[in-house]
Ligand binder design. Sequence first.
Ligand SMILES: [Fe+2]
Length: 260
Amino acid sequence: MSAIDISWHERWFAAYADRKIAEAEAGTDSGPMRLKYQHTCRVLANAQEIVASEAFSHRLDRAVLLAALYHDVGRFEQYLRHRTFNDRVSCNHAIAGVRVINQEGCLNSEECRSLIAAAVALHNRFALPAHLPEAVRRITLVVRDADKLDILRLMDEQLSGKGDCAETMVYGLPDNPFLASKNIIAAALAGRVASYADLTSVGDFKMLLATWVFDMHFPVSVRRFAADGHARRLLESLAPDSPHATARAALLARFDRLDK
Ligand SMILES: [Fe+2]
C-alpha cells in the first residue's frame, strides 16, 4: 500500500461534498450526490491498488492519488445546476471540475497541480489526445482505469435492482431487450470500446460497459475487471436470444480467459 499521505485533501473533499449535498437538500434529492462521494472514495482505493502494483516515482504516485480524489469534483456543481450527470445535456463535468479546483484553490500548495488538473480535465474523454506529456498520460490512464472499475460496480448494483438511482444512471434509455445498436455490437466483436453516442437501449448500455475491458491499461486493472464479476453479471442479464447474443457470448468467453 502506498505510504503517501493525502489526508488533508481527503478531509477537504469530504467537507466540500457535505457543503454541496447540504445545498442540494434544500431543493432536491441528494442521493445521487452521495453516491458520487462514495464513488470517489472507491476510485481512490482502486488508484491506490494500481499505484501499489506499478513502480512509478513518489511524485507521480502522489499526483495519481490526488487526480483520483479530485477527478469528479465537478459532479457536485453539475448536479446542483442541472439535476443530471449526463454531460451531453448539461456540461462537461471534467472541465467543471478543473474550474472548481481553481476557484477553491485546494491544489495550490501541490507541486504537480497542473499535471493533476490536466488529468482531471482528460479523465472522461472517449480517447486521449495522441501526444500528451508522459506523466499526464500515465496519471490519466490510472484515473480512467480506477474510475471504470468503480462505475462498473455501481452500474451492476443499480441495474441489478439493488440501487435506487437506475433512472439517473441509464439516461432514460428504454429497457427493451430487442433494441440493439449495430455499432455497439460491432465494437464488442472487434475488441473496441463502444461509444455512448450509439446507445439505443439498456441492453446496449450493459454491453458498452463490458467493452471497457478493451480500454484498461494496467495488468492489475484488467485482472480486477474480470475478477470483480460486474461485467459478467451485466452481460448475463442480457437475453441469450437477443440481438446482443453473439457479442455477449464473445465477451463472456473473454472474461473466462482473463479470470483463469
Ligand atoms: Fe468523471
